[in-house]
Design a protein around this ligand. Sequence first.
Ligand code: 5RP
Length: 237
Amino acid sequence: MITEQDPTKLMKQQVAKAAADRVTSGTIVGLGSGSTAAYMIQFLGERLQSGQLQDIKGIPTSFQSTVLARKYGIPLTTLDEVDQIDVAIDGADEVDPQKNLIKGGGAAHTREKIVDCLAEQFIVVVDSSKLVDKLGSTFLLPVEVIPTAVSPVMRAIAKLGGQPELRMAVKKAGPVVTDQGNLVIDVKFDYIDNPGEMEKSLNNIPGVLENGLFVGVADIILVGEIQDGQPIIKEIS
Ligand code: 5RP
């Protein structure tokens, strides 16, 4: 049940519920990361517990989604056990009009990209503040890097026109360490003109594991909005 009053949280919950409601019994579901995906995992768990949904298996994209899936009673599987994912549901930090994304606000974009790209259908769940005309205009682009390569990767990113910054942890001394034991460089661009080219250029730098540009991956964007004081869901497909 949704009783939230904070508008952003309300939009996230509504859109997460709308996405969880689309999951059907007997399917393999990619479980995204972040606060919106966390609500989606909770709603999926509630549907399972009520018997409305049966026999699904989740593939988590992070330590966070693994823990949440266990908490809400969603059985898990791995990419070794299954050869297809029916649907993946995940949040995003920016969405452009072509449904390209920036992800990685939670430093989980490497596993998210693996799972989201493998899904037959990838549904993105965002509140309306995430819609932008050009990627990179409001959010720094996350790049996961092998620790020993941080300095050369930063220099290479500067040559591509970005301003790199090592992501530092909160409530832990030193940098953010990813679920894979790597570090994250956040890159400031004025905006990213050609996301497809930038995705490839960044991933070509030795030491880069994966960057947060998701180009041509999303099938459906569900956007939570507040209109006349009421939460509504818009679909971009
Ligand atoms: C994590 C992500 C998240 O999906 C993204 O940061 C959006 O998070 P939220 O739903 O909390 O706004 O990419 O790596």
